[in-house]
Design a protein around this ligand. Sequence first.
Ligand code: CDP
Ligand code: ZN
Length: 159
Amino acid sequence: MTRFGIGYDVHRLAENRKLILGNVEIPHELGLAGHSDADVLIHAIIDAMLGAVALGDIGQHFPDTDEKFKNADSGELLKKIHELIKSKNFCIGNIDSVIVAQKPKLSPHILKIRQRLAEILETDLDLISVKAKTEEGLGFTGNEQGISAYAVVGLEKLQ
Ligand code: CDP
Ligand code: ZN
């Protein structure tokens, strides 16, 4: 039986910050602001993984009031949540995701992001889908105030 979860996240774009998406640093004049490394894609994926097993959300597991998670590598957080999922006898069925960013152009980086996520999750590349969309210039993503991400995760119960 497959269990599904959905995740969403948004971070503001700011100067003097790195743009990290799926644990990959993307060259851009602006980066994402946040307590951790603000990896909006990984945060959406973590929430989708937690949602699939009804284990709360990222903030409950890694409070942004905790100094421990200041500038945290979200790849490490994803590894921890993957360990939690495995301890409940689940494995990744597949992941699909969308990054909503007016800029920069992400298509040249998508394969590297998928490869990095597959590496972190010790799973196959063809189980990990990452897509990019502009917001056609509309709203906070369209005017480059921020970047958002959506993710859906299917988890399979191991016997
Ligand atoms: O054509 P449509 O309105 O559906 O999509 P779009 O938002 O204009 O994006 C067109 C294509 O550009 C997408 O299919 C992505 O592959 C790519 N894209 C990208 O590489 N980087 C972004 N930040 C946004 C979109
Ligand atoms: Zn976040």
